[in-house]
Design a protein around this ligand. Structure first.
Ligand code: SF4
Ligand code: SF4
Length: 447
């Protein structure tokens, strides 16, 4: 079984002098920035923000220098510094490219946590990140209320009116973009349909937990359902704890470690009540964070050990199915299929072989590799709302490659990527359907 969770030892030593540093508190950035970065620049060609600007300060190496300067007290957390930290997608492509093993993702997340603690965020970022992520996404009943309201808005015709409104586009361009990138709410929330324990028709071979998620639960219920159907088909008993909460990934990746830890503890309690072979994820961002629960709670007396246990069981659906072996489909599936690597799957979890092998193993499929498959699509959690223009430049590059691949289906294992690339395809009149691996497999098995 693969396990990619980091331990706290490789990321948590303190490099700066607390008397002069402009960082403070327990979650200060790690010193691997000082000890590991050799300033070789190998990370520059893979960085989407460096590709946009060509400026050193918008590259991983440049940001590391900026962070070091703040850590050493020679630079304040200025507006420009904060802007560079938020310009970064946290895609972690630089981590994959780095020969020195610099943990850039955890570094930028720690810095964002510092920005939050020290009140350095802009009003827009504060509203979206701290109010929406902390107080809506983290609370199931509130998220459902917001989703229901959005669903009514989308289905009532009001959305169409607003879309056509020149005044809204002019006066509130962010709102206008937000609604264009919002997932469709179909009124059926996943956890309202499925019970806590779902059993296959045969004697189960595996007992797996399933994270139904926050946004996945209300806006991607169909993908969750596809995932459960595929797991049942592979002789799994599926445990979907009713008391589970949002995993905390959007919050942690945006630097809100406090709420991420609270959510992590709750999930540890509800999932570890069961003796599980694995906890299966269908969202790359959630999987990446849950594999890090051990890190976030490493100094918690009560939860450190339990967090490590939980993290060791977390598997992306592609990892899990690859390990247990995909069942042979009864019919050939004659379609041209390509695959996009979600950043938090390929770079954060180092999962890239498994989904490709699974797709390639399906009889009848013509697999076509996407150029620059591991280049970010620009979704990056709330990035495509907060930094919409930059996000669209990054998306354009992805869409050019989707056009070249000319596949009927493009598979991606993350809801943000699905929505973003679908949006790009629709705007560019590209017929490729962007689907989750679980949806593809459900179709293959005709479940
Ligand atoms: S590749 Fe790694 S070591 Fe080289 S500059 Fe980038 S972060 Fe530093
Ligand atoms: S995480 Fe992505 S956007 Fe940020 S510095 Fe690294 S490669 Fe660039």
């Amino acid at each position: 079984m693969l396990h990619t969770a980091r331990t706290h030892d490789d990321r948590n030593t303190v490099f700066m002098n607390p008397n002069i540093s402009n960082f403070n508190g327990i979650d200060i950035p790690s010193d691997d920035v000082l000890t590991n970065c050799m300033h070789c620049g190998l990370c520059l060609p893979v960085c989407p923000t460096f590709a946009i600007t060509g400026r050193e300060k918008s590259s991983p190496r440049g940001r590391i220098r900026l962070i070091k300067a703040v850590a050493e007290g020679t630079l304040e957390m200025t507006e420009g510094f904060v802007d560079e930290m938020n310009f970064c997608l946290d895609c972690q492509a630089c981590e994959t490219a780095c020969p020195a093993g610099v943990k850039y993702g955890s570094l930028v997340e720690s810095v964002r946590n510092q920005m939050r603690i020290q009140g350095k965020e802009s009003t827009t970022a504060l509203t979206l990140k701290w109010i929406f992520l902390r107080n809506v996404v983290s609370k199931k009943y509130l998220l459902k209320l917001v989703a229901r309201t959005l669903g009514i808005y989308q289905s009532s015709g009001l959305e169409r009116l607003v879309k056509k409104s020149y005044v809204i586009k002019k006066l509130a361009p962010k709102l206008s973009k937000l609604q264009e990138l919002s997932p469709r709410i179909d009124g059926r929330f996943f956890d309202d349909i499925y019970p806590e324990i779902v059993t296959p028709t045969v004697v189960p071979k595996y007992r797996v937990g399933f994270l139904s998620g926050c946004i996945m639960n209300v806006a991607f219920a169909k993908i969750n359902e596809d995932t459960v159907k595929v797991l049942l088909h592979h002789d799994c008993e599926v445990i979907i704890p009713k008391d589970q909460v949002c995993c905390g990934s959007l919050q942690a990746h945006n630097g809100d470690f406090d709420i991420a830890r609270t959510l992590a503890k709750k999930n540890i309690d509800v999932f570890l009540k069961y003796d599980l072979d694995a906890i299966v994820m269908n969202s790359a961002g959630c999987g990446a964070l849950m594999k890090e629960y051990g890190h976030y709670l490493h100094d918690d007396l009560l939860y450190a050990k339990k967090a490590e246990i939980l993290s060791s069981k977390v598997k992306d659906i592609s990892e899990f199915l690859f390990e247990i072996g995909l069942k042979k489909p009864v019919k050939e599936y004659c379609h041209r299929v390509s695959y996009h690597d979600a950043c938090h799957l390929v770079h954060a979890q180092k999962v890239s072989k498994q989904p490709r092998e699974l797709i390639r193993s399906i009889p009848g499929i013509e697999y076509v590799e996407l150029n620059e498959a591991s280049w970010c699509c620009g979704s990056a959690g709330t990035y495509n709302i907060i930094r919409h223009e930059d996000s669209m430049i990054i998306l354009d590059r992805k869409i050019e490659n989707v056009k070249i691949a000319d596949a009927e289906f493009l598979v991606a294992n993350n809801p943000g990527c699905l929505t973003q690339i679908e949006y790009g395809c629709a705007n560019n009149h590209i017929k490729t359907k962007v689907i989750h691996l679980a949806t593809l497999l459900r179709d293959v098995y005709e479940l």
